[in-house]
Design a protein around this ligand. Structure first.
Ligand code: SF4
Length: 436
């Protein structure tokens, strides 16, 4: 069981899927992203954002809308096709597409033939012979036709939004789904050739008890998920208005949330899963667990990954592109995105240029979250070493010369420790949820 020090968790911190984080983005000139794509070289990954879902869950903080408005979906996809062609034209031949990920929203909220058309457009635009494909899915929207489309696309990795198997919690978060639906979706994905299947689960949900979480974790294990991500529900209705559907008084408190995170860690590691970072778990043979063991785990906008590409190009509204020297986010408003992308323009107008200090600090944060250790520069140690005293005193970290290591007991405090190196944190702390 992890040691509990609530005084160290009493600080809102980002998830650090990038550094600097999206909260620190500012205006970017229109030519910043095209120039970065034209200069890309070596391994490149693509992410396509499908901002539609058949049903909108109350807790969801994603940019997504109802898929029922067919004309809106069709015009979004037409703009996405144009953006694929625009990026393909800009990207040099020396770039090698390493990964292609479909996320959302729920990519399987569009029609399977619309998805197949996107896959064909990607093949027309890029050389994809060595690319590995992945997709996020909603079991409520899965069909046999979708399973076939995924198989024909050659997708080998999939993630399924499950969140909880407890019916009363499902009702409270506006996401009701039968166990049979999840089992059937798994069968379709396995038959399609998916060899790495992730379940997203959540703790800290309304009315959720330790028994509810234990049941969901065991369900995921028995069904044979290769990976399980266990995220804490972040209740921030001032930023995500749809969360007002959830009554804050029904949520487990901070002590219970910590106990649930620890419970998930204890159960899954005792059940044969390797802990990957602080909230992901993978069977030892899964590529994510192998990447962690070999020190090749990374973090990108989708969380922990074994994708080592230094460049990620995001396509679609709100999608974020990352380069060593630049982070750029596409237009968030779907209407404006459609208007600009359909004219052959790249839509990003916000982001941040990563200067040398950002890259140094980003490397340290990435090391701490992915490997639980890092080598500090003398300058970073001089500026921040003293801030680790409360963690070192409690046995949560070891600072030995320039080497900083998070102990196994310190894992739930990893994001708080990483945030010590975040030079933007003081200005934007109000925009994040609690560290656990
Ligand atoms: S299915 Fe996923 S993306 Fe869609 S509303 Fe629910 S949580 Fe959000």
């Amino acid at each position: 069981m992890w040691p509990y020090h609530p005084e160290l968790l009493d600080v809102p911190v980002p998830r650090y899927t990038s550094y600097p984080t999206a909260a620190d983005f500012g205006a970017l000139p229109a030519n910043a992203l095209p120039a970065a794509i034209e200069g890309a070289d070596g391994d490149v990954s693509l992410y396509l954002h499908i901002p539609f879902c058949d049903k909108i869950c109350y807790y969801c903080g994603c940019n997504t809308g109802a898929a029922g408005r067919k004309q809106r979906v069709a015009s979004y996809l037409a703009a996405l096709h144009t953006e694929i062609a625009t990026v393909a034209r800009l990207l040099p031949d020396s770039a090698r597409i390493n990964r292609i990920a479909f996320g959302g929203g729920s990519p399987n909220a569009i029609a399977p033939e619309e998805f197949t058309a996107l896959v064909e457009a990607l093949h027309r635009g890029f050389r994809l012979s060595e690319a590995e494909w992945s997709i996020e899915t909603d079991p409520r929207s899965m069909t046999a036709e979708w399973g076939r489309a995924i198989g024909e696309a050659g997708i080998t990795r999939a993630s399924m939004g499950v969140q909880t198997f407890a019916k009363h919690c499902q009702k409270a978060i506006g996401r009701e789904q039968d166990d049979a639906l999840i089992g059937q979706s798994m069968d379709w994905l396995r038959e399609a050739g998916v060899t790495s299947l992730n379940f997203d689960l959540m703790y800290g949900l309304p009315f959720q008890s330790a028994d509810d979480l234990a049941d969901s974790l065991d369900h995921a294990r028995v069904l044979g998920a290769d990976r399980i991500a266990v995220f804490g529900y972040a209740h921030v209705p001032h930023m995500v208005p749809r969360q007002n559907m959830i009554d804050a008084s029904e949520l487990p408190g901070r002590d219970a949330r910590f106990a649930m995170a620890a419970q998930a860690y204890d159960f899954l590691t005792a059940s044969g899963y390797d802990a990957v970072g602080f909230d992901h778990f993978a069977l030892p043979g899964d590529p994510l667990a192998r990447a962690m063991r070999s020190g090749k785990l990374h973090r990108n906008f989708q969380g922990f990954t074994d994708d080592s590409s230094p460049v990620l190009i995001g396509l679609g509204a709100t999608a974020i592109s990352g380069f060593p020297h630049l982070i750029a986010q596409n237009e968030k408003n779907n209407g404006r995105y459609r208007m600009m992308a359909s004219q052959g323009l790249l839509t990003s107008s916000v982001g941040i240029r990563r200067n040398a200090d950002d890259q140094l600090r980003g490397g340290v944060i990435n090391d701490l979250l992915c490997r639980a250790e890092t080598e500090l520069s003398p300058c970073l140690k001089a500026r921040h070493g003293a801030a680790f005293a409360p963690f070192v005193e409690r046995g949560l970290a070891v600072l030995d010369g320039l080497r900083l290591r998070i102990t196994p007991e310190g894992l739930p405090y990893a994001r708080v420790m990483a945030s010590i190196f975040d030079s933007y944190r003081a200005q934007t702390a109000h925009r994040f949820s609690s560290a656990i």
